[in-house]
Design a protein around this ligand. Structure first.
Ligand SMILES: Nc1ncnc2c1ncn2[C@@H]1O[C@H](COP(=O)(O)OP(=O)(O)OP(=O)(O)O)[C@@H](O)[C@H]1O
Ligand SMILES: [Mg+2]
Length: 508
């Protein structure tokens, strides 16, 4: 189906999130929407999916104007959406999640599970999805959960599929699988709107690219006409350094020393199996690996969020293993968590308050007489400018910010304390190229100011760009610690657990 948006405008109070946006998506086209954090991409898609009502503008399908009052209308018109933040019910199984809201109903109150199962298996086969309809959502890897979302949209006969940053949380392998699925869908005539910050993906799959800046369309192009640098500057309106500018590290004394650490996951299985490494003052140790190889548990143990089974974590000689989060923070460890919405922010609270969450007990911002409002507000104004947090003001609830701007709030808070150790898990997930450039500079600046930095990232590009040394984690063990100049092939093998130190002959 052909989709057309004509003159869509949507404001939130005084903020115009979409300003007279028009675009056309042809049948069987992959249309990439590109734009900075807060540019208005999700807003536009939420309008299309009936989650937001536009102030003005029209939506047309096959040249006929339609009215979309809610997602039900959108679904009825053949529009499906995979959201930036998933909307599956974790304790339900795949089948239940897919039929939710559109149950094949037999005479009340029975749901025809078998009919639904057959239909889902048919679609899954058609697109070569490997999904067990009886698996519980929360036990599935994120890439599979996303396939469930896509399956759900397809089971409602979506002819126009919206994917809002589908690859931000995927491993490279999962991303490749997704791209194959999209290509099949496209061949069958499905129109796809694809939002991502990864320019390489855009150039690989887009038929048409539309760039939005500050709520307005600034241009439309195709992969044949542009390269990554040009796309980046179209998005942010200036030149962007896609390469991290960083001098060689001058490591000092060991600050953080981890030895023979064992940690269990939520199910009580050993996830970190005897990990040891040192991080020195003034260096960045990057931890690479396919997600799910113990990274999450390792970081949670280092930051006091998860118990340590055995082993030592020593910060300048002080053993942190098993200490409280508060103790570890106060010892000078800053932490940018992997899941900002769960562990990094309180969505209902203002930007200003979120920026001092960790220091509200300090005399600077709190104390026995309560919060020091003036100091908190001044701090917020400074940080908002410094980190370019796009919002109407410092009183905006963090939950109303765009995904990338939420991440900036977490970073702004964590990087603005006196810190000895900085631990960042997926620090630039969901950020636009301009913000990535900025964050990378901040991380390197902290290194050069003497912090011992640990970066955990599933983006090999980021690991190579930032790390002074790279530890590859596989199955809960440090497979090897290698220089960032190691070849991609070598990294690939290490990440797949195919080689060990002896075999590579590489010494850190
Ligand atoms: N419910 C809301 N209430 C108030 N403001 C909102 C709301 N939703 C979005 N905004 C604002 O609208 C603007 C556009 O946000 P949107 O989420 O569309 O950006 P985006 O392009 O998807 O960014 P990102 O790449 O970070 O996901 C932002 O300034 C955001 O703070
Ligand atoms: Mg968004």
């Amino acid at each position: 189906m052909k989709l057309e948006l004509r003159g869509i405008t949507k404001s939130f109070g005084s903020l115009v999130a979409n300003k007279d946006i028009s675009l056309v998506v042809e049948p069987g086209q992959i249309h990439c929407l590109l734009g900075e954090n807060g540019a208005g991409k999700s807003t536009l898609m939420n309008v299309l999916y009936g989650l937001l009502t536009p102030d003005s503008g029209q939506i047309l399908i096959d040249d006929k104007p339609i009215t979309i009052r809610d997602p039900k209308d959108a679904v009825a018109h053949g529009i499906g959406m995979v959201h930036q933040h998933f909307m599956l019910i974790p304790v339900f199984n795949v089948l239940e999640n897919i039929i939710l809201g559109s149950e094949d109903v037999r005479p009340w109150p029975f749901i025809d599970r078998e009919a639904a199962r057959t239909r889902i298996e048919q679609i899954a086969n058609e697109y070569n999805f490997q999904i067990d309809p009886d698996a519980i959502i929360e036990n599935l890897p994120i890439g599979t959960q996303q396939r469930v979302e896509i399956l759900k949209a397809l089971s409602h006969n979506a002819k126009i599929l919206i994917l809002d940053e589908p690859t931000a949380v995927l491993t490279p392998q999962e991303t490749d699988a997704l791209i194959e699925i999209l290509k099949t869908l496209k061949e069958q005539g499905t129109s796809i709107i694809f939002i991502t910050h990864k320019l390489r993906e855009v150039l690989a799959i887009a038929d048409v690219i539309t760039v939005i800046r500050l709520g307005e369309v600034v241009g439309s192009t195709t992969p044949d006409e542009v390269n990554e640098e040009e796309l980046a500057s179209m998005m942010v309106g200036r030149e962007v350094d896609l390469v991290v500018d960083k001098t060689p590290a001058t490591p000092g004394d060991v600050v953080l020393s981890v030895s023979d650490l064992y940690v269990e996951d939520d199910r009580g299985l050993t996830a970190v199996k005897g990990v040891s490494f040192d991080v020195r003052r003034g260096e960045i140790l990057a931890i690479a690996g396919v997600q799910g190889n113990g990274q999450t548990e390792l970081v949670e143990a280092l930051t006091g969020m998860r118990p340590v089974v055995s082993g030592k974590v020593s910060l300048n000689g002080d053993n942190l293993a098993g200490r409280s989060v508060r103790h570890i923070l106060d010892a000078g460890v800053a932490h940018v968590p992997e899941d900002r919405q769960v562990h990094g922010l309180i969505p209902g609270m203002s930007i200003a308050d979120n920026l001092v969450l960790d220091q509200i007990h300090s005399p600077k911002f709190g104390g026995i007489f309560g919060r020091k409002i003036k100091a908190i507000r001044e701090n917020a104004e400074v940080r908002r400018k410094e980190f370019d947090i796009r919002s109407p003001g410092i009183d905006t609830a963090v939950g109303e910010l765009s995904g990338g701007n939420q991440q900036k709030v977490v970073m702004a808070r964590e990087l603005s304390r006196e810190l000895k150790v900085l631990i960042c898990a997926q620090p630039t997930r969901g950020l636009d190229v301009g913000s990535i450039e900025f964050m990378h500079k901040q991380i390197v600046a902290n290194r050069d100011a003497g912090a011992a930095v640990i970066i955990v990232s599933s983006e090999l590009d980021e690991v190579i760009a930032l790390g002074d040394r790279v530890a590859v984690l596989y199955d809960g063990r440090v497979q090897d610690i290698v220089p960032p100049t190691t070849s991609r092939e070598e990294f690939g093998l290490l990440m797949a657990g195919a080689r060990s130190t002896e075999a590579t002959g590489v010494t850190p």
